[in-house]
Design a protein around this ligand. Structure first.
Ligand code: C2E
Ligand code: CA
Ligand code: CA
Length: 736
């Protein structure tokens, strides 16, 4: 990127048309003098021309005289409120980009500022990198807006271009007469819908509408309705010869045409005709995203199969019916034997592909009335209704075994897959969905102790815990007592500068016999055994100790993220105990970010809200982990004090595939920006993913591409190297 600064005019000019402007004129409206001075220094250091005003009044006066690219506004000013300054700036029709810098942690203040037209909201105390990034983004955006505006001006110069616009518009543009007949139509219906323009002209608009919506169209475009509302819009499905369902979704806006001479008169030049100008915009993609979001709440993204939520629903309904008809049903918990080595050998993308194909083969062995769901990882669930004998259930398992006999071709190799099944039946093994799923799982677990390809019916003597489990639980106890756990840290880096803004603490278990175990191998058990609170506290204590040590050495990252399990958060005195651990080491709360998953919000929103509010009030940052995978309601983002969204890796991994999820990841990014939330994309493994996230304006990334989770010592070397680089950048040149 090349740019130069004209010392007289102090404007920054992009180099050529393709050059990208990254520095500009910044007005700082901020009453805290020392804070303003440090901001000024930071931004000047980045090449920006910074002007400072200490009050809203002087800020507005300066804005009246000079042009700025970006205005940084403090919400708490001595003379007026920042919101009023934003309003005034908007009233003056100044097109500078507004960024609110404020200590108010209220999301309401942020939302109001954004509604009033601020582009971004940066909280105090702030991280210089975050602000610098935000300013750079603002300048880029303004440049885009300018380019766009210039383009519009050029276009409007000639009538020919107008025509061009209408004909080439991505929208269908048409004119209707008073009876709703089409008088004019651009060429879009041909390309968009495969409809012949000639057959539509002089016909009622309803001819373009799909039969499901035709009645509504006749009403919406009836003479009375047209005249009643000078301007209105409707959503309708238009007929399409090109799409499989036979329609596409459109938003249609209508306005009465007035002040048109010549064209507005009839051929004989007699009195003015009533005309209506219409624009139909294809919103099929938006509709599909909405439908996808609903689908996604009930389905597994990878396989497209129902997820465990939908499975529970189906099972619940099936139980009602089975009870009424005195029938039996079976729940099968299926697990692929030795899936982990396949995963390690072929990588997750291929392993995912295999999961999909295994799912397809299992599906072939079931009847239409059965439900197959993906539970998690390599585990599937089958609901089998209307069975009479255990033999019938075993016959299904045998069919699945048979179907899986032919090897799968994966990356040029043959892979053989077998499964094990745990089976629980109603009414023998439980009468609720939860009990049946749990008992099928216990049966599976029992069977697998004997090796793969097992088929095991639940038996009450298996109990809720198996001996294996008991052993693991006692080992976990020992692990807590003898400090067999170790923390790894994974960097979270600024996508543009690659600066390590934060690290996420991830636990490992140095098992004396089994080696280093990942959290997935022991945390679920720790949760069941009620040991998760103790483990969580160990993690927190350890993080505080590390952070203090790093600070002493001057290499601490801005924040450290800790994963908190919902079961741990459930403890009534969670907040007090958590804050006490921070206080032990005098760790500043804002350096700690707790990562929570969305399913928390379904459990007990009231109690969760209180705890999150208390944490946030203490200054602790709150991140939503695996965002988008569990509870797809966005309303809690506004209700709860949330600072960061972590986009789940499954969305990031969809980036390399041509798949519709792109729309979701884009939507997540724009939601996060709209609400002023920090955004971290997880599981970034390829340059392609990185580039896509960069173009979408994502802030931070975490993933193998940058770094795997590292032992503390390795991370510390990285942090030292980073400090050395930044010291070198600001230090005076050494004399030689
Ligand atoms: P998580 O919070 O979603 O953590 C991210 C997981 O993704 C980590 O797995 C990390 O190693 C992995 N990962 C990061 N980047 C990539 C990538 O580019 N590709 C791939 N394939 N994987 C990547 P890990 O360490 O096995 O942790 C698994 C889960 O265990 C975590 O998921 C978290 O939910 C839980 N966990 C880990 N440590 C703790 C802890 O101290 N307390 C609690 N309650 N849960 C923890
Ligand atoms: Ca996490
Ligand atoms: Ca995650």
């Amino acid at each position: 990127m090349i740019y130069w600064i004209d010392p007289d005019k102090t404007t920054t000019i992009g180099e050529g048309r393709s050059g990208e402007q990254t520095s500009g004129r910044v007005l700082l409206i901020e009453d805290d003098a020392s804070f303003a001075e440090s901001l000024r220094r930071l931004l000047t250091g980045q090449g920006h021309d910074v002007h400072h005003c200490a009050s809203g009044g002087t800020g507005l006066a300066v804005l009246g005289q000079r042009e700025f690219d970006v205005v940084l506004i403090d919400l708490n000013l001595p003379d007026t409120h920042g919101h009023d300054v934003i309003r005034a700036i908007r009233a003056m029709e100044i097109d500078a980009v507004l960024i609110v810098v404020s200590g108010e942690t209220e999301i309401d203040a942020a939302i109001l500022a954004l509604r009033l037209g601020a582009m971004d909201y940066v909280r105090k105390p702030l991280e210089p990198e975050i602000l610098a990034h935000s300013v750079r983004r603002a300048i880029r955006q303004r440049q885009l807006m300018r380019d766009n505006a210039n383009f519009q001006v050029r276009l409007s110069r000639s009538e020919r271009l107008h025509r061009f616009l209408v004909e080439r518009s991505p929208d269908i543009i048409f004119i209707l007469d008073r009876d709703g007949r089409i008088n004019y139509l651009n060429d879009r219906p041909q390309a968009l819908l495969g409809l012949d323009k000639k057959q539509l002209l002089n016909r009622h608009f309803a001819r373009m509408v799909h039969e499901h919506d035709r009645e509504r169209a006749r009403y919406a475009f009836s003479p009375r309705k047209l005249r009643e509302t000078a301007r209105h819009s409707v959503e309708l499905r238009l007929r399409s010869a090109l799409d499989v369902p036979g329609f596409r979704h459109f938003e249609i806006r209508l306005a009465a045409v007035d002040g048109v001479d010549g064209d507005g008169r009839d051929a004989a030049g007699a009195g003015e005709l009533e005309m209506y100008y219409g624009v139909a915009r294809d919103i099929t993609a938006r509709r599909e995203v909405e439908e996808l979001a609903t689908f996604q709440a009930n389905h597994d993204i990878l396989t497209g199969l129902p997820n465990r939520n939908l499975f529970r629903d189906h099972l619940g309904l099936a139980l009602v019916q089975a009870r009424r008809n005195m029938e039996r049903l079976a729940v099968l918990f299926l697990n692929i034997d030795r899936f982990k080595p396949i995963n390690d050998l072929f990588g997750h993308a291929r392993a995912d592909e295999l999961l999909c194909r295994v799912g397809e083969r299992i599906q072939r062995c079931l009847r239409g009335s059965d439900t197959l769901a993906r539970f998690v990882g390599d585990e599937f669930l089958v609901l089998n209704t209307g069975i009479k004998t255990d033999q019938e259930v075993l016959a299904i398992v045998a069919r699945i075994d048979q179907e899986l006999e032919a090897p799968f071709h994966l990356a040029g190799r043959n892979v053989s897959v077998t499964i094990s099944a745990g089976i629980a039946t109603f009414p023998e093994h439980g009468d609720s969905a939860e009990a049946l799923i749990r008992h099928a799982n216990i049966a599976l677990y029992h069977g697998r102790l004997k090796g793969g390809r097992s088929h095991t019916f639940f038996m009450p003597e298996m109990g809720e815990t198996t001996s294996q489990r008991l052993r693991l639980q006692s080992e976990l106890r020992r692990a807590i007592d003898q400090a067999e756990f170790e923390l790894y840290f994974q960097p979270q880096v600024d996508l543009l500068t690659r600066h390590i803004n934060g690290v996420e603490a991830l636990i490992r278990w140095n098992h004396p016999e089994r080696g280093l175990l990942p959290p997935g191998d022991f945390l679920p058990l720790a949760e069941e055994a009620g040991l998760i609170g103790e483990i969580g506290e160990w993690v927190t204590r350890m993080v505080c100790a590390k952070l203090t040590a790093w600070e002493g050495e001057g290499i601490a990252p801005a924040r450290v993220a800790i994963n908190i399990s919902p079961h741990h958060l459930d403890q009534t005195d969670f907040v007090e105990r958590f804050m006490a651990l921070l206080a032990e080491r005098a760790v500043e709360p804002r350096r700690i970010e707790v990562e929570l998953t969305e399913n928390l919000f379904i459990r007990d929103p009231g109690a969760v809200a209180k705890k999150l509010q208390a944490l946030a009030a203490h200054g602790v940052m709150i991140a939503i982990d695996d965002f988008g995978t569990q509870y797809s309601s966005l309303s809690y983002l506004q209700k709860f004090p949330i600072h960061t969204l972590k986009i789940d890796k499954s969305f990031v991994w969809e980036i390399d595939r041509e798949y519709r999820q792109h729309a979701i990841i884009k939507a997540i990014i724009s939601i996060a920006h709209g609400l002023g939330l920090n955004l971290i994309a997880e599981g970034v493994e390829t340059d392609e993913q990185l580039r896509f996230l960069q173009t979408q304006g994502c802030d931070e990334i975490q993933g193998y591409l940058i770094s795997k989770p590292l032992p503390a010592a390795t991370l510390e070397s990285l942090l030292r190297a980073q400090r050395a680089r930044s010291v070198a950048a600001v230090a005076p040149q050494p004399k030689d």
